[in-house]
Design a protein around this ligand. Structure first.
Ligand SMILES: [Zn+2]
Length: 420
């Protein structure tokens, strides 16, 4: 079977393990998720791997080398999806790993290191208000507080991880399992349209931006909508609406100033009392901010503070801005990236360097090991929706690129060993 046909078969197979009422939903820990993992596990075994569930609940197939070495190379992404998600986000990366195993087997290649193909547990934001469970766990970044969180059904996160093979003692101890890793690769759909618009096949990710969430609370005064004159009002929603406009305008200006990633979105808003005859007394909004350049980020937050002060005086409301989540800017490994760039040339694939707009498993790994993230185009940038689509040929290109990079690492290692 050609690589193209094999990848297509796997993508279609995983799409079967989704909620038929709400395509293509496969939440972490769900029955469909467990079915998909069972299929993956059988496939990994058929391709010559030893299948293991690690203490963080990750599922991996290890293709062991016959050489006497502890060195490891990782390829992975995630099988879980968001509600009504797509067939490619995460899945493309896992399937690329399978296709590389298949090709190594067909060509009888014995690598000079162990190759581990991962389904990192639960990458998407879950009912416990956390994401990247497996990669955080693997790098000792799951805190006791997060592990002890309970969802609406009363289930503790740690108990669900144990169901997937996790080990509470090791997780609570914050242990890591990234020793001897000499490289990590993740193939992912771009989830944006930079590659499509520039007619480029490969995006080599420079960095994953600082991602932060800010709660903006505005307090005004409720009142009768019929009797309170327009001049006497302290309408929290009017102030909030103007603030959203300001955030949007300011982010656009910042984005023009820099060539790097800068986006700001107010996507959640609660209005009280939310009634047609009452002037809104309070508004709670959540701002999602993703920025590569830390100076611009500081500048933006300073301007936002200034604007809030101005609004407080002008509108007679009080405004409070509080940072409630923060994950720091991470750079991908420069020497792995340059190997990838060379290999893209060898494979005659057009490639550009770019920043990621979304967080990924690799963001957590890259803090500890040489890690790379490779994007392929997806149709019109659609993602986290059933319309999400990637050409099989583009997944093949990405898989071939990683395979070339791995062979390149293998040859260098062999050369170093044999050449003393
Ligand atoms: Zn993903």
């Amino acid at each position: 079977m050609s690589k193209h046909k094999y990848i297509e078969k796997c993508i279609n197979q995983f799409a079967e393990f989704t909620d038929k009422e709400n395509p293509y939903t496969r939440h972490v820990f769900s029955a469909d998720f467990k079915k998909a993992r069972t299929w993956l596990s059988n496939e990994l075994k058929a391709l010559g791997c030893e299948v293991v569930r690690d203490y963080a609940g990750n599922l991996k197939g290890i293709l062991k080398t016959s050489k006497d070495t502890c060195k490891r190379v990782l390829i992975g992404s995630h099988l879980d999806t968001v509600f009504n998600g797509g067939r490619y986000d995460g899945i493309a990366g896992v399937v690329a790993g399978l296709s590389i195993l298949k090709s190594l087997e067909e060509n009888g290649i014995n690598l000079p290191f162990h190759l581990e193909i991962f389904d990192y547990l639960g990458e998407e934001l879950n009912e416990w208000n956390t994401s990247c469970v497996g990669t955080r766990g693997l790098t000792g970044q799951l805190t006791r507080e997060v592990l002890s969180r309970v969802n609406r059904d009363g289930d503790k996160l740690i108990d669900k991880i144990i169901e997937e093979g996790g080990d509470a003692e090791r997780l609570f101890a914050g242990l890591t399992d990234v020793e001897n890793v000499i490289g990590s690769f993740e193939l992912h759909i771009e989830q944006g349209s930079i590659l499509q618009n520039s007619n480029t096949k490969i995006g080599i990710v420079n960095s994953i931006p600082t991602i932060s969430r800010h709660q903006i609370s505005i307090m005004g005064q409720a009142g009768h909508t019929g009797t309170t004159s327009m001049t006497d009002r302290k309408d929290a929603l009017v102030s909030g609406a103007e603030l959203i406009q300001f955030i949007n305008k300011c982010a656009k200006e910042m984005c023009h100033k820099s060539n790097r990633h800068f986006v700001a979105t107010v996507g959640k808003i609660d209005v009280s009392p939310n009634a047609v005859t009452i002037i809104p007394s309070s508004v709670e909004m959540l701002l999602d901010l993703r920025v590569v350049d830390s100076k611009l980020r500081e500048q933006f937050l300073r301007l936002l503070d200034q604007e809030c002060l101005l609004k407080e005086n002008k509108d007679n409301v009080s405004i409070n801005v509080k940072e409630i989540a923060f994950s720091k800017y991470v750079e991908m490994d420069k020497s792995l990236n340059s190997i990838i760039q060379d290999c893209a040339k060898m494979n005659e694939l057009s490639a550009i360097y770019m920043d990621s707009g979304a967080g990924h498993d690799t963001a957590h790994l890259a803090k500890f090991i040489p890690a790379s993230l490779i994007f392929i185009p997806c149709l019109d940038g659609h993602s986290h929706c059933p319309e999400e689509f990637a050409e099989i040929d583009d997944i093949v290109n990405g898989a071939n690129l990683i395979e070339t990079a791995i062979m390149n690492m293998a040859n260098q290692l062999e050369f170093n060993v044999n050449g003393g």
